[in-house]
Design a protein around this ligand. Structure first.
Ligand SMILES: Nc1nc2c(c(=O)[nH]1)N(C=O)[C@@H](CNc1ccc(C(=O)N[C@@H](CCC(=O)O)C(=O)O)cc1)CN2
Ligand SMILES: Nc1ncnc2c1ncn2[C@@H]1O[C@H](COP(=O)(O)OP(=O)(O)OP(=O)(O)O)[C@@H](O)[C@H]1O
Length: 236
């Protein structure tokens, strides 16, 4: 069995950030993911260590953006989401769309969620109800009462649950094969393993990696949207 070696720090940035090419040309890099059946314990440890290092870098570079830059990114992502949902959810009335309450410099898509709400969509936010379990989704609307959940993430005070038709998954990193790097809890993978919503990753173009070295537990997203538009769409 070939032992996969995650590359050394920084060498796998696919967007040419250090090389100077425009981030939106990242499409030219072929994803180089490996056979998930070939995984072994040592390899899984290497991948986990590599992911921790990438998360730190990606989160630090995102935190370094100005508020204005982040707002422009969020507005562009919102336009990309509108284009995607025009095809997938032309009439959002009564459909459940799960967003997220932004933490750690994630794009703030609450204004976009508020517009969807005005068009009749039902909104939800995720909550870690029990560590190491799938997320649950609570009904939410702009201005709803909140409380502090796991990791101090604000969650709706309302403790009902709903099943979303569409789930936004904030990306710490992502790759061109549709895989997401999150905060390392495995929560979205557990959630998507148990449900079949349209899972849409949203994040920064600069957070693209050549591959996240997908492991057997990693679940491909249905679509990925950045400020440069739709970057990945599955065949469904
Ligand atoms: N805004 C927002 N809300 C969200 C998510 C998100 O990505 N963004 N989530 C998306 O899933 C869920 C919360 N995800 C979490 C992911 C990891 C940990 C956590 O405890 N991380 C550990 C590291 C784990 C490890 O490396 O083994 C830590 O940082 O100490 C907590 C919450 C639900 N709400
Ligand atoms: N379906 C699952 N069942 C059991 N454990 C899982 C599952 N999915 C992920 N995990 C565990 O979660 C750990 C972290 O996974 P990973 O690095 O993919 O997190 P992440 O996608 O970055 O996190 P998050 O979704 O919380 O932001 C993995 O090492 C794995 O053991």
């Amino acid at each position: 069995m070939t032992r996969m070696q995650p590359p050394t720090a920084g060498s796998d940035r696919a967007d040419g950030e250090q090389g100077g090419s425009p981030p939106c040309q990242a499409e030219r890099i072929a994803p180089d993911y490996f056979d998930p059946l070939a995984v072994d314990a040592g390899q899984a440890r290497d991948v986990a260590r590599w992911r921790r290092a990438r998360r730190e870098e990606l989160l630090a570079s995102r935190a370094g953006l100005s508020i204005a830059a982040r707002q422009a990114i969020a507005a562009a992502i919102a336009r990309g989401l509108d284009a995607l949902l025009a095809a997938h959810l032309p009439d959002p009335r009564g459909r459940v769309v799960a967003g997220y309450w932004p933490i750690r410099s994630e794009p703030d898509l609450r204004p976009w969620l508020a517009r969807l709400h005005d068009r009749g969509a039902l909104l939800a936010l995720p909550e870690v109800e029990r560590p190491a379990n799938p997320l649950v989704f609570r009904p939410w609307h702009p201005g709803a009462a909140m409380r502090r959940g796991h990791w101090n993430i604000p969650v709706p005070a309302n403790t009902e649950t709903v099943e979303p038709d569409v789930v936004l998954a904030p990306l710490v990193g992502w790759d061109g094969a549709g895989y997401r790097l999150g905060y390392g809890g495995g929560y979205f993978d557990r959630t998507l393993a148990a449900r079949q919503p349209l899972a849409v990753g949203v994040g920064l173009q600069a957070a693209r990696l050549a591959t996240i070295y997908p492991q057997p537990h990693d679940i491909r997203l249905a679509a990925i949207v950045t400020e440069c538009g739709l970057q990945y769409r599955d065949r469904a």
